[in-house]
Design a protein around this ligand. Sequence first.
Ligand code: DHB
Ligand code: FE
Length: 295
Amino acid sequence: MSNFDFSDFTKTSIDSIGAKASPRVKEVMPILLRKLHEFLVEADVTHEEMMAAFDLLVKAGQVSDDKRNEILLIFDILGVESLVDALDQTRPARKGGKTTEASPSAILGPFYRYGVPEQPNGTTIIRQDEPDAPYTHLYGTIYDGDGKPLPNAVVDIWHDAPDGLYDAQTPEKPEYHCRGRFRTDENGRYDTVCLRPTPYPIPYDHQAGQLLTMMDRHPYRPAHIHYWIEADGHRTLVSQIFDRESDYLTDDAVFAVKDKLIVDFKPIPKDYVPPKGLEGKMKYELEQDFRLERV
Ligand code: DHB
Ligand code: FE
């Protein structure tokens, strides 16, 4: 096979795409085939290596369910979700439109949950006592594309518990611990009590962990709080904020940190009145605004 022509081979596979394929498939698949074949040739991949990769993906599929998406974890540690997020946020500007006026986005990650019930502003998302944990007053304003406060926006917030685990990973804890959904009031404001989060390893007990070990990498993410903000007539904003004092800001396992999303937790003011039951527990406050853009 010394005269096997790799470029002919790739062309044949691209030419096999049929006329009835959708325009997007016709656009995307030739690029994918070209790059994929290029990779195989350049890396000189063996059959054994290919089967090991397939085996990893099959096993990742087998450990996945609606609470755990190992495939997403694998692609996150390869930077795929962060890169796609950056593409999404810069697409209008790259296509000749205007730069987005929305706050910076960040990846969704594997722990978003659909259908979380709304709760009133001023109530906490800490659903079981966390002794000695840094309780935090988290509040802010959501602005619209013109910079005006936006009432009636839905604000989903979730972060890890002090043990570094999300609610879906700890079914023995109360439902939606460290997670809640709010609706901005007539002044565009949301208001809750959460915890100042802790750095957290992405789940590394399965194939994503194997891949990290293979590359001699650690599984940690800097301390962060997730947001999903949606409002009628506006593009949904998925983002995260990162604690400036956290480790791993410069080596996030999933490459999601952006400078503008690094925030400072401040000591709780003396005159803050916490929700009932949290007297004496409050340590920090964080005022965190976001701006959406019109669709
Ligand atoms: C990932 C993202 C997270 O926010 C997290 O807590 C764990 C994993 C991820 O992108 O894989
Ligand atoms: Fe997270």
